[in-house]
Design a binder for this molecule. Structure first.
Ligand code: ACO
Length: 330
């Protein structure tokens, strides 16, 4: 059976760091509150005129992933970007990445699935590989959430950041690769997290941000509870599907929305925190980009060896959620 294997990973974040202390000058909050309630210490924010738009970040992350995979952009036949903050409503971020990479043979499109965009995109590309429709696919999670953040809403603006991560998928018939991706959605809860059409005032200390005329609204408390249940259940189902027990997992890479959510899910799955990769402290919630950034960092830190089981779990607006079990490739 043919399935996708991860042949290379890459990631990037904007240069500008916005600390919790900086946020104290923007909204009524404190480093102590943000750290205790979320685990976040700082996040990266794109600056206009610095080539840090969503497609710019996606392109930079992709070049690193392609270099690691030893694949040239001209050989790509598919580019899928998970994002809720493409540069423009259309064309897709994926087409802008295709142009920047000069990947002329690739079919390129975006997937919109809230913070779960990367796993949904991975699912699409992996299936294209399994059916023989793709042999070299680029899968990206990229966001510039700062452009749609309501900077007057302390309950959300402290959580979000910008960044991008990418993986290159190639076919394998061996034991390695993406064993499967389980996805779920429930539109009944769309109004727990959504964008709305109203420009928010960009604070003076962030005058390098280019805002868009829509913002973000979230019912954090209810989402928190849904996230813990959905993430734990789908991760357990994905593991059971392959007869993989939680003790077999080398590394769990969860969506980085809140350290308390991550700890609660790890506890429910009986996965100790030293087997859970977190970088929420440095980047906050970068939506579709959290998992591919964390995966790339873990990979480059040498935490993954051939044959290791890696569990990817995600949750986001929609609601959408999912889990993927990967047998790491050499
Ligand atoms: N600084 C100081 N106080 C704050 C802040 C802040 N930044 N934000 C909220 N508060 C206050 C509230 O006003 C409230 O005050 P009150 O008790 O006087 O009314 C108090 O802190 C507690 O607020 P809660 O909302 O109950 O705090 P909670 O512990 O739930 O933490 C949080 C809020 C961090 C948003 C949490 O609910 C959360 O992480 N939810 C899940 C988010 C998530 O998973 N999202 C899914 C994906 S996100 C995405 O896709 C973009």
């Amino acid at each position: 059976m043919i399935k996708g294997r991860i042949a290379g990973t890459g990631s990037t974040t904007p240069k500008r760091i916005l600390t919790n202390k900086d946020l104290e000058n923007i909204v009524d909050t404190s480093d102590e509150w943000i750290t205790r309630r979320t685990g976040i210490k700082e996040r990266r924010i794109s600056s206009s005129g610095q080539d840090e738009n969503t497609s710019d970040l996606a392109t930079k992350a992709s070049l690193k992933a392609l270099e690691m995979a030893g694949i040239s952009p001209e050989d790509l036949d598919m580019i899928v970007v998970g994002t809720v903050t493409p540069d423009r409503q259309f064309p897709s971020a994926a087409c802008l990445v295709q142009k920047a990479l000069k990947a002329s043979k690739a079919v390129a499109f975006d997937v919109s699935a809230g913070c779960s965009g990367f796993l949904y995109a991975l699912f699409v590309a992996d299936n294209a590989i399994a059916t023989g429709n793709s042999r070299k696919a680029l899968v990206i999670g990229a966001e510039r959430l700062s452009s749609i953040t309501n900077w007057e809403d302390r309950s959300t603006c402290v959580l979000l950041g910008d960044g991008a991560g990418a993986v290159v998928l190639t076919p394998t018939t061996g034991p390695d690769g993406i064993l499967s991706t389980h996805l779920q959605s429930d539109g009944n809860f769309w109004n727990l997290l959504y964008s709305y059409d109203e420009a928010s005032k960009i604070p003076e200390i962030l005058d390098t941000i280019e805002g868009k005329p829509f913002s973000l609204r979230m019912e954090g408390n209810r989402l928190f509870k849904k996230a813990v249940v959905c993430l734990s259940n789908i991760a357990a189902a994905a593991l059971e599907h392959h007869g993989v027990s939680s003790t077999d997992i080398r590394l769990m890479i969860p969506h980085q929305a809140n350290i308390r959510i991550i700890k609660a899910v790890a506890k429910k799955l009986c996965i100790p925190m030293d087997k859970v990769y977190t970088n929420i402290q440095r980047y906050g919630n970068t939506s579709s980009a959290t998992i591919p950034i964390a995966l790339d960092e873990a990979n480059r830190e040498g935490l993954l060896r051939a044959g290791d089981y890696v569990l990817l779990v995600t949750f986001g607006a929609g609601l959408t959620w999912g889990a993927s079990v990967v047998n790491w490739s050499s």
